[in-house]
Write a protein that binds this ligand. Structure first.
Ligand code: CU
Length: 549
């Protein structure tokens, strides 16, 4: 019953993706409502009595629950079956996952890394139609604490980007469940005061929208269900200096949460879940066809990554799409958008079929592929083993295994210490996975498994400017082989709307690196970035945050 009832969101979204007929939607939604109603009676709420699982790899001692920190309400039994894992014996090849002692007290449907190294977590109603206690929180990796707080409206299923000021901007959310209606409201979050402030409303509701920061710092918003009819909001809008301006009409058949990337020429590439990939030109507010995927179905709840933009590759934009569809595919595809007639070509096949996967760019340019399952929202077919994609070799290699299934509403996020955070999983309504896992990639280990010695950023210019040099002080500059900017992620529903890696050229003398900042905002939109330096062995420093203007 529960798994059936939780299908409603998914049914709605895939229905939207495939079919814009309101008639069909209503008929379907009526059936879903019936299932939910029955399910709600059968499924009682239960208070969890499961303590956080003790783990020999814990990097911090367990601490008492914080005052006001609620325990998650239900931990699904099936999610604990996989919790015991052997210590990874080949961390230098596969990396190593560990489970943190603290639990996430709210359903982490949306996460964003902020310039103060803390993570904004948004739950809203948290996929529980009866929950009117809308919540968000801030997780501090340094202290292992989560501060949760109520929010005024339901930011569940929003789109989130990070403004050039460093404030996350929340676009829409949920006005109503079953049939879903979208919120027209927006709000930005101040990382210093940890408060939301409402901002200009959009033209209509947006439930499952995508936001994309453009090269001038404005924000493109597309798709999402309206506040009146559970149909897609057909108006494209751009946020400029706090106001929304219309930017044309969306293309027919736009999916919910379209996967989009800003390219170095200022255009925005759209590549999923629909097969017919599109390009948006902000200069003309028009969309045009680019290419059709080789995979013959929509990649529903697959993911997409803009591969690293580097001087060495001429900032050539290449995009990779992975997984998706139900049952899921293990295929990947790549497209080179620098050529006149781009085509999707098949990439390496993943070891696991994955729907609801996540893909996170690491400082060395590799991509961590994690989570998902063969059958959607099915922990029994979850892919616990992760994979690492190497864009230079165009190959996938196995990574260490996670302990918990990471399915619908799970997220991963690169942290400033060059590890990757994994959170959530919510295949059944009112139930989510509260355990927090951290991945230490192979670059953090010597071949004997001991921690690698990391290069150090001693000092750095904190304000950097397009096309100009900035300096980094580090003890052994001759050993530094790459310097990268990584835009902090904002992730939800198997897609990071923000992450991008930009490689930079540099020279050095004495104890200083002189680094050339990106040429313009289309390569790296204005805002805060993590700067990593990597040594000759490929070991990254911890990041320093800089603000690029
Ligand atoms: Cu959702």
């Amino acid at each position: 019953m529960n798994s059936l009832s939780s299908l409603c969101i998914r049914c709605l979204s895939s229905l939207r993706i495939h079919n814009n007929s309101l008639l069909v939607l209503n008929k379907y939604a009526r059936a879903c409502l019936l299932i939910i109603f029955t399910g709600a009676i059968i499924q009682p709420f239960a208070q969890s009595t499961q303590p956080a699982r003790p783990n020999p790899q814990q990097r911090r001692p367990a601490r008492p629950a914080q005052p006001g920190q609620e325990k998650p309400f239900i931990e699904p039994v099936e999610m604990h079956k996989a919790a015991l894992r052997a210590l990874e014996t080949q961390p230098a090849q596969r990396g190593r996952w560990e489970t943190l002692p603290e639990l996430m007290p709210i359903n982490p449907v949306h996460v964003a890394l902020m310039y103060n190294s803390k993570v904004l977590v948004i739950s809203g109603s948290g996929n529980d139609p009866n929950n009117k206690d809308f919540q968000a929180g801030v997780w501090d990796p340094a202290s292992g604490t989560v501060r949760t707080f109520p929010i005024r409206w339901d930011m569940f299923c929003n789109g989130m980007v990070i403004l050039s000021s460093g404030r996350p901007l929340v676009l829409g959310g949920t006005l109503k469940y079953d049939d879903f209606l979208g919120e027209p409201r927006t709000a930005f979050f101040d990382p210093t005061t940890e408060t939301f402030t409402d901002a200009a409303q959009m033209n209509g509701g947006r439930w499952y929208p995508t936001g994309t920061v453009l090269g001038n710092g404005s924000v493109l918003v597309v798709s999402g269900l309206t506040n009146t009819s559970s149909t897609v909001n057909t108006t494209v809008q751009i946020w400029v200096s706090g106001n929304w301006t219309p930017a044309g009409t969306i293309f027919a058949g736009v999916p919910l949460y379209p996967r989009q990337h800003l390219l170095p020429n200022g255009q925005v590439f759209e590549c999923g879940a629909n097969r017919d990939s599109k390009m948006f030109d902000p200069a003309t507010n028009t969309w045009f066809e680019v290419a059709t995927t080789n995979f013959t179905a929509n990649r529903d709840y697959g993911t997409s990554v803009l591969l690293p933009l580097t001087q060495a590759n001429g900032f050539k934009p290449r995009v990779m799409i992975l997984g998706g569809a139900n049952p899921a595919t293990n295929t990947t595809e790549l497209i080179d958008l620098s050529v006149s007639q781009p085509l999707w070509v098949n990439g390496p096949t993943m070891a696991h079929a994955r729907i609801q996967l996540n893909a996170t760019i690491l400082p060395n340019g590799k991509v961590l592929v994690s989570g998902g399952s063969t059958n959607d929202e099915d922990a029994a077919t979850a892919a616990l083993e992760t994979e690492l994609y190497d864009p230079d070799a165009n190959s996938l290699t196995p990574g260490s295994s996670m302990a918990f299934p990471r399915l619908y509403h799970s997220n991963t996020l690169l942290l400033p210490d060059a590890t990757v955070l994994a959170l959530g999983g919510n295949p059944v309504r009112t139930v989510y996975e509260p355990h927090i896992e951290i991945y230490s990639p192979p670059y953090l280990f010597n071949t004997d498994g001991t921690p690698a010695t990391r290069p150090v950023i001693r000092r750095i210019d904190q304000a950097i400017h397009y096309g100009t040099n900035f300096y980094i002080r580090t003890p052994y500059p001759a050993d530094i082989k790459s310097v990268v900017l990584i835009r902090p992620g904002a992730v939800t529903h198997s897609f990071d709307m923000e992450q991008r890696l930009v490689g930079m050229t540099f020279t050095y003398n004495n104890d200083q690196l002189y680094v050339k900042a990106p040429a313009n905002g289309n390569i790296a939109p204005p805002g805060y970035y993590m700067v990593f330096i990597l040594d000759s062995k490929g070991v990254p420093s911890k990041a320093a945050f800089v603000r690029l203007t």
